[in-house]
Design a protein. Structure first.
Length: 277
């Protein structure tokens, strides 16, 4: 399903939600209270600004007595989307965020990946996949990368663990290019980048990636990911705790200039290795 038709389908979802809500005599606030989200969220669902998660669609069906209509429509739209179900909602929110903060303990975050680095990641995870499949996945990743090239791009802050710099994903040439790209992105003021060095030792969220997003007119969210699973969190208390951990990570990290110096030195090391092969 193309982007335009998929968006039109979500707009249909929102239009139907509004129509059936009003027929049932609920305000947005009243329906939100029944399905455990804010009235503002209901308004954003109706305008197709945000997409409900599956459990919310199911509670809407129960409250409005729509015989599973919204769950079936949700499942159809999610099935036809480009990203894995557990990441789809988080990917949609990237386009709406005014601020994105990434913590990457092992892998370069998707928004900073080069095609060659992304390709190496996908091939490692799908060693028997066709070239066509791998290139399709790389293309989707590069579509996300475009976000940082937009005039209205969000404020993007990234904290990397030093391990991200040291694991030679794709080989020396690929890593040199990838680290050069991170440096160039930071030096062109499209991202704020810091590195937590090995010497720090223990730190918050060890081994756990996370992304925080803030929005113009909606509460902030946090996203964490595991093996073929992801959690999009919007409980204010949970998001505040994750934000506090992120602040501790930034405090533990090297300064921006020292971080870029480490990244650029690592890139040069990979470049020398590549030249000798």
């Amino acid at each position: 399903m193309a982007n335009g038709s998929r968006q039109a389908a979500w707009e249909f979802f929102g239009t139907e939600l509004k129509r059936r809500r009003e027929e049932s005599g609920f305000t947005q606030v009243e329906l939100g209270a029944r399905v455990f989200v804010s009235g503002g969220y209901i308004g954003q669902f109706e305008q197709a600004i945000r997409k409900p998660q599956l459990d919310v669609a199911q509670r809407i069906d129960d409250t409005l007595q729509t015989d599973g209509f919204f769950e079936r429509l949700w499942r159809k739209l999610i099935k036809e989307q480009r990203y894995a179900e557990y990441f789809a909602h988080a990917a949609e929110l990237e386009r709406l965020a005014t601020s994105i903060c990434d913590w990457a303990p092992a892998v370069v975050p998707g928004l900073l990946q080069t095609p060659a680095y992304a390709r190496a990641i996908y091939v490692a995870s799908n060693p028997l996949a066709t070239d066509e499949y791998i290139e399709e996945m790389v293309g989707l990743r590069m579509n996300r990368v475009q976000l940082l090239k937009d005039a209205t791009r969000p404020v993007y802050w990234v904290v990397l663990h030093e391990a991200v710099l040291r694991v030679p994903v794709g080989g020396s040439a690929v890593m040199a290019e990838q680290l050069d790209h991170i440096s160039e992105t930071a030096r062109s003021r499209k991202a704020l980048v810091q590195v937590v060095p090995f010497s720090v030792g223990a730190h918050p969220q060890m081994g756990k990636m996370m992304t925080l997003k803030e929005f113009e007119d909606a509460p902030p969210t946090a996203y964490t990911e595991g093996v073929l699973s992801g959690s999009l969190l919007d409980d204010p208390a949970v998001v505040r705790k994750i934000r506090a951990d992120y602040d501790l990570l930034r405090a533990a990290a090297l300064s921006r200039e020292a971080s870029l110096a480490m990244i650029e030195a690592a890139a040069e090391g990979y470049r020398r290795c590549a030249s000798m092969t």
